[in-house]
Structures are given as structure tokens and as C-alpha cells.
Design a protein around this ligand. Structure first.
Ligand code: PHE
Length: 461
């Protein structure tokens, strides 16, 4: 390995920066959870609230993270201590963000592992065995078969590790520059295909017409949309901060934030446009399918439609591609934190973090039926009073607690602690710098507190 320590590495071009940061942002969140959350939250109403939260909450926090990372020359650990001091109380958020990135990485690789298995299944046997009456069963069998599901998880982690070991320019940059355009092409082709289906108009109406949602109130839907926008833009876990240290001073961070947010949102909407027509065209499946939408409902569509096998294989390939560029970002973020704290070299840090994340991920395997009592006291139980499985526990812990808390602290740090000159230096556009300094000081923290209060008082679950 020629570059064992990435401290002096830089992205080689503007395109590379956008590809890598958008690659980190576009992932399972866009292709898997955005459509299913839109589905359970009434389609159009959720989509509108989502767009508002990306603009008003997610993007400003992302810009704050970019600023901290580039001005502080580091990932969350080094950046905060460089800009404040080693004993800064704000460091607590750095630890929290690193913990979040590590936990997400653990369960993210398990879900991506399911995509790996479905991809292989599709190539081997197609999707004809997935019929509406047994698709859920097949899915449950797949994910509770621990050895198989663990193999999927490990194949996926292996891919991630290989890229991070190669470093910024040779690994992350090369991968994302090829994969992001590829991802875009596949998803556009899928949308074009979906336009030919009879359910396309229903899907359009469903996704873009806000309507009242039975049994959910608007606050609940807005909070779900806010949480999803944080996850999808990868804020609150130091990922943008980590990448910002590789961004040249000349680059305009405001522009980069805008481009990444637009790219991320576009892909989420395209995913909706690719998926919902299939759902509306196939008898017996509903948009409200929940977390199983991609793995239970869609294969039923693939089993019945023309070229379904090819479309299905492309879809799971797309999921893997999107997930790998995201898990690379997550791993990079934790690896940088470890390197900053311990002086362990990149190779060793990457391998150790990956092994630990794989171990924690194995506990997320559904077949093991594991859940941590300590987490039950934080994230609660499901409607039947049973503890959530470990995967859902980690998902809830990060989405509802650690991400909003770290994001809140990062905004307070940027608005109240960072010297105003630094903001001016980091944001090239003077008007944006002015508006942003007020916004991040007063508006962002209040909006995040509202989200957090919603979680705290159990409005969102
Ligand atoms: N934003 C990614 C997604 O939408 C998930 C992710 C979260 C990636 C945090 C990196 C860091 O899937």
C-alpha cells in the first residue's frame, strides 16, 4: 500500500468530489427505504414533506459538516479538536457520530447482503418462484438462513474493504466515478421501462398528489420524512465532514452541497418512479408493503412482467452498487476517526473496523433472533410488546436518537462556537454566508429539536 495514511490525499477533481459524496449519500436509503417509507406514509404527502426537509434541514446540516471538516482538516475527531480544543465538549458529538457510522455500517452490510443473495438468485433461477402468496415466506426463509445470509453480508463487506484499502484516489474516487453514472443509467432505464406499464399513471398520482392519510397525522409523516432525509443525505455521522477534508480550498462548498442534495433527491424520486408502477401493475401487492417492499413485493412483479428477470437482476445489481459506495463512505469515516485517534495505519485500521462491524452485523442476522435488552429500554418494543430484533434496534437507535443529537450539536457548534471568519472563509458566496450564519444559529437547531421532541414523546416510531 503506497499511501498508508490519507492525511494528505485529495480528490483529484470536482467531478470526483461530487461522485464520491453523492455516492456516499445515494444508497439503500434512496432505493429501499425511501420508496417503502413513502408507501407506508401515504405517498404524495410524505414526498412533499421529504422535499421540504431536505431543503430546510438536511442540506444546511450537510453544509455545516462540510465546513467543519474542511476548516478543521479532519474527520469528526480531528476537525472539532483542531477548531476548538482537545477537551472540547463538542467532541462528544464526534464520538457519537463515529459510533453511528459504525453501527449503521454493521446493519447496512446485512441488508446489502440480502441484495447480493437476491442478485445471485435472480441470475441462477430468475424470480418465477416469487408469487404473491409465498414471496414473504421466501424472503423470511432467505434472511433467517443465517449461513447463507452471512455469506451475502461478508461478500459485501469484502467489496467495501477492498475499496477503502486502496485509499481516496485509487479506491473511492475510481469506484464512484464509474459506479455513479452506471447507477444513474440503470435507474433511468428502469423508469423508462416502468413508463410502459399500465400502473404508471397510478404511481405518478400516488407519489405526487398529497392526500390525507388514514391513521397517520401530518406531524407523524413529517417526522418520518425528516428522519429519512437525514439518513439519505448521510448527515449526523461525520461522513460529509470526513470527505470534506479531501476537498480543495478553491471548491465552493455551497455548490457542492446543493449538487449532492439534488443528486440524492433525484435518485430517490427516480427509485419511486421505477418501483411504484410495478407495484400498481401487479395484482395482489400493495404500496404499503413496508420494509419488505424491495424484497417481497417487487420480486412478485419481476416474476410476472415481461423481461422481469432481467429487470429484477438489474434492480438488485443497482442496490448493491448504491450500497457499496455508501458503505465505503461509512467505513472510511470510521477508519479516519480511528487513524486520527490512534495513529494506526490505514490498512490495519480498515481491516480491524471491518472485522468488528462484520461481527456486530452477524448479531443483526434475523436467524439468530438476537436483541439487546439495554436497547429495548431506549428504542422500545413493537406493537405487540416484543423487543425489536437487533437490526431494527440499531436502525432505530441511530435514526431516531444518535443522528439527530449529533446533527444538533454540529449545528450548534457551527452557529455558536465557530469563529464567524471561518464561515466566511469556507463559503465563497457572501450572501449565502450571511444567510447561513443566521440560519444555522437559530433555525436549524430549532427544527432538529422539533424532530427530536417528536421521537422523545413517541409521535414517530
Ligand atoms: N445515505 C445512505 C443511504 O441513503 C446511507 C448512509 C448513511 C451512507 C450514512 C453513509 C453514511 O443509503
Amino acid at each position: 500500500m503506497s499511501k498508508n495514511n490519507s492525511t494528505h490525499e485529495k480528490f483529484s477533481s470536482r467531478i470526483a468530489i461530487i461522485a464520491a459524496t453523492a455516492g456516499g449519500a445515494v444508497g439503500l436509503g434512496n432505493l429501499w427505504s425511501f420508496p417503502y417509507k413513502a408507501g407506508v406514509n401515504g405517498g404524495g404527502t410524505f414526498v412533499v414533506m421529504y422535499l421540504i426537509s431536505v431543503l430546510l434541514i438536511g442540506a444546511p446540516v450537510m453544509l455545516a459538516e462540510f465546513i467543519i471538516g474542511r476548516a478543521g482538516h479532519g474527520g469528526p475527531m480531528a476537525a472539532i479538536s483542531n477548531l476548538d480544543n482537545k477537551k472540547s465538549p463538542f467532541m462528544a458529538a464526534s464520538w457519537l457520530a463515529t459510533f453511528t457510522a459504525f453501527s449503521i455500517m454493521s446493519f447496512y452490510c446485512v441488508i446489502a447482503g440480502w441484495a447480493v443473495i437476491y442478485f445471485i438468485k435472480g441470475i441462477k433461477n430468475g424470480f418465477s418462484s416469487f408469487l404473491s402468496n409465498n414471496s414473504a415466506e421466501l424472503f423470511n426463509q432467505t434472511i433467517s438462513n443465517t449461513p447463507v445470509s452471512t455469506i451475502g453480508q461478508l461478500i459485501f463487506i469484502g467489496l467495501t474493504v477492498a475499496v477503502v484499502l486502496l485509499g481516496i484516489e485509487k479506491g473511492i474516487e475510481k469506484l464512484t466515478k464509474v459506479m455513479m453514472p452506471l447507477l444513474f443509467i440503470i435507474i433511468v432505464l428502469m423508469v423508462v421501462y416502468s413508463m410502459t406499464l399500465s400502473g404508471f399513471n397510478d404511481a405518478l398520482r400516488y407519489l405526487f398528489t398529497p392526500t390525507a392519510v388514514p391513521d397517520k397525522n401530518i406531524l407523524e409523516i413529517s417526522l418520518a420524512a425528516m428522519g429519512q432525509s437525514f439518513f439519505s443525505l448521510s448527515v449526523g455521522m461525520g461522513v460529509s465532514m470526513t470527505y470534506a477534508r479531501y476537498i480543495d480550498k478553491k471548491e465552493d462548498l455551497g455548490k457542492i452541497t446543493l449538487q449532492v442534495a439534488v443528486a440524492d433527491t433525484t435518485i430517490a424520486l427516480l427509485a419511486g418512479l421505477a418501483i411504484f408502477p410495478i407495484i400498481f401493475t401487479t395484482p395482489g401487492i400493495e404500496p404499503t408493503g413496508g420494509a419488505g417492499l424491495a424484497f417481497i413485493s417487487l420480486p412478485v412483479g419481476f416474476a410476472q412482467m415481461p423481461f422481469g428477470r432481467f429487470i429484477g437482476i438489474s434492480f438488485f445489481f443497482l442496490l448493491i452498487v448504491a450500497a457499496v459506495t455508501s458503505s465505503v463512505a461509512l467505513l472510511e469515516c470510521v477508519v479516519v476517526a480511528v487513524m486520527e485517534k490512534t495513529k494506526i495505519k490505514r490498512t490495519n485500521a480498515t481491516i480491524s473496523v471491518a472485522v468488528l462491524a462484520a461481527a456486530l452485523g452477524v448479531l443483526c442476522q434475523k436467524g439468530l433472533n438476537f436483541s439487546l435488552p439495554l436497547l429495548t429500554s431506549i428504542v422500545g418494543t413493537d406493537t405487540s410488546g416484543a423487543p425489536y430484533a437487533f437490526l431494527e434496534q440499531l436502525d432505530k437507535l441511530t435514526m431516531e436518537w444518535t443522528i439527530p443529537i449529533a446533527a444538533l450539536v454540529f449545528t450548534i457548534f457551527t452557529g455558536w462556537r465557530l469563529k464567524p471568519e471561518i464561515l466566511k472563509e469556507q463559503i465563497s458566496n457572501k450572501t449565502l454566508a450571511k444567510v447561513f450564519s443566521i440560519y444555522i444559529k437559530y433555525v436549524s437547531p430549532i427544527l432538529i429539536l422539533i424532530l427530536f421532541a417528536g421521537v422523545f414523546f413517541g409521535i414517530v416510531d
